[in-house]
Structure formats: structure tokens, C-alpha cells
Design a protein around this ligand. Structure first.
Ligand code: ADP
Length: 256
């Protein structure tokens, strides 16, 4: 039985740009789904629609009422004038997450777990890029989301830091099992993290391949299974990351 169901007939912006058409998929509770597609196809648009940040579309998107949702963006989006702890408390102040002691205790546990306990009173400009992402992860998980939307959250980090954060994310996901939609450009990142990868076409976005990752967990970053799976997929679908299942064919000029 699906937790999230997306049946998007179309999403057209007022400037007539059509960002998605006939885009359909469903996700089970606790499933980790990566979304991979060419730049500008409509991945951020899709997450915004699912989050309800944009309600102007044709079709239906459904998940249970009262679902707790977190959104983690490409930039950590910490308010610079608030400490790490106050940035996190901010989401606990939302009316639906009244500031109870259990949630504050959960914040402390997460800060500890992610190695930020000594930085709770630091300001964002005193943190490294990796630590800011850790703070954003604490903020995303502190409300115990059932649906977690992640829009290239580890973009623009050096690879060792990104690798480290992927493992942190997997641990947090395994503990509380939210349904995750994780947008990424990286096939390697998608295959490392996800149960399923949805590959999207060029704009307007639709799902061209719904791929179940056949690797057992845990999946170490350097596992050869990951590398060979990636090579196999790209061998079978060389233009997959451009959003095409079959590469374009160019007609040969006729010889005189
Ligand atoms: P992706 O996340 O896959 O890079 P986006 O969802 O950001 O793609 O954008 C999909 C398309 O919609 C792009 O052509 C983009 O220019 C356009 N677009 C995104 N947001 C808006 C907007 N608010 N108004 C008009 N066009 C937009």
C-alpha cells in the first residue's frame, strides 16, 4: 500500500514553461527514493508541489493527512543571526510541534549524535560547510518527519564530507524510517542511498525509468557492487543521465 501517490498531469508556470507532464509514481512508507534527471527538467518543481509550497498544478498528489514533512534544500538555510540550537528550535516552535520537553531532548540527542554538541551556541558563520549540513540534518529530523524531501542537500561539498554526510543520513533514516525523496545529479549517490531511483526525462519531466536498486544494505561507499551496477546501467542506457532511454540517432549524410 502506498504512502505517497503522485499523479501529476501537468505543471505549467505562468510564463508557459511546462515543467512536468504525466509524471506518476507511488512510494511506500519508509521507502528511500532518489530522483535523477537533467538540470532544469523539473525536479525542484516536483518537490515544491509535493511539499504544498506550490498548489498550481493539474493532477493529484496525496499522502495521509497530518503527515509531518521536512524539507532540506541545497543550501543549509540557517538564519545567520540565530545560534545552531535556536535555528533548530525554530521548527519546534511551529504550532504543530509545540515545544515539548521530549522534542527538546531529541534535539540534544541529535546534536550529540551528529557531533554538534559543542557548537549548539555557535552561529552559522562559525561552522564549516559540513557542520552546517549536519545542523540542517538535525533540523530536518528533529520533528520526526514521515516524509522527508531533500533537494541536492550535499551539493557543493568536498567528496569526503559528502560521503560522511551520506552515511549520517542513512543512519538517521534507518532509525526513524521516513519516506525520503532525494534529488541528486549523481548516479553514484542515488545508487548508494536509495531503494529505488526514478530517472526523469528532459523537461517536461516524467519518469522514464523506475529502477529498484538490487544492492543489499549496508552499502559501503567504496563497494565494487556499486561501481559495477553504475557501469552496467550506463552501458545499457548510455544517455540515461540526459533523460533518454535510447541515445538520439543522427542520420548519416548520404555519400555522393
Ligand atoms: P530542476 O530542479 O530539475 O533543475 P526546476 O524544477 O528548478 O528544474 O525547473 C524546471 C523548469 O521550470 C526550468 O525550465 C525552470 O526555468 C522553470 N521554472 C522553475 N521555477 C519557475 C518559476 N517560478 N517560474 C517560471 N519558470 C520556472
Amino acid at each position: 500500500m502506498s504512502f505517497l501517490s503522485v499523479d501529476l498531469h501537468s505543471k505549467t508556470y505562468p510564463n508557459s514553461v511546462c515543467a512536468a507532464q504525466d509524471l506518476r509514481f507511488a512510494a511506500k512508507q519508509g521507502e528511500f527514493i532518489a530522483i535523477v534527471g537533467p538540470s532544469g527538467t523539473g525536479k525542484s518543481t516536483l518537490l515544491n508541489l509535493i511539499a504544498g509550497l506550490d498548489t498550481d498544478f493539474a493532477g493529484t498528489i496525496s499522502y495521509p493527512p497530518q503527515t509531518t514533512l521536512s524539507f532540506m534544500f541545497q543550501e543549509p538555510r540557517l538564519l545567520p543571526w540565530l545560534s545552531v540550537a535556536d535555528n533548530i528550535r525554530l521548527v519546534l516552535d511551529a504550532p504543530q510541534h509545540c515545544h515539548d520537553s521530549a522534542r527538546l531532548a531529541r534535539m540534544d540527542t541529535l546534536l550529540q549524535q551528529l557531533g554538534l554538541q559543542d557548537f549548539r551556541d555557535s552561529f552559522p558563520n562559525q561552522l564549516s560547510g559540513g557542520m552546517k549540513r549536519r545542523a540542517a540534518l538535525v533540523r530536518a529530523f528533529v520533528t520526526q518527519p514521515q516524509l522527508l524531501l531533500m533537494d541536492e542537500p550535499f551539493q557543493s561539498l568536498d567528496e569526503p564530507t559528502a560521503q560522511d554526510l551520506r552515511q549520517v543520513l542513512l543512519k538517521l533514516w534507518a532509525e526513524s524510517q521516513p519516506t525520503v525523496l532525494f534529488v541528486t545529479h549523481s548516479l553514484n549517490e542515488a545508487l548508494l542511498l536509495a531503494d529505488r531511483v526514478l530517472f526523469l526525462s528532459p523537461r517536461p519531466a516524467k519518469v522514464i525509468l523506475d529502477y529498484r536498486v538490487p544492492l543489499p544494505r549496508p552499502r559501503p561507499q567504496a563497494t565494487s557492487g556499486l561501481q559495477s551496477l553504475q557501469a552496467e546501467l550506463l552501458h545499457e542506457f548510455p544517455a540515461l543521465l540526459s533523460g533518454l532511454l535510447t541515445p538520439p540517432t543522427f542520420s548519416q549524410p548520404h555519400s555522393p
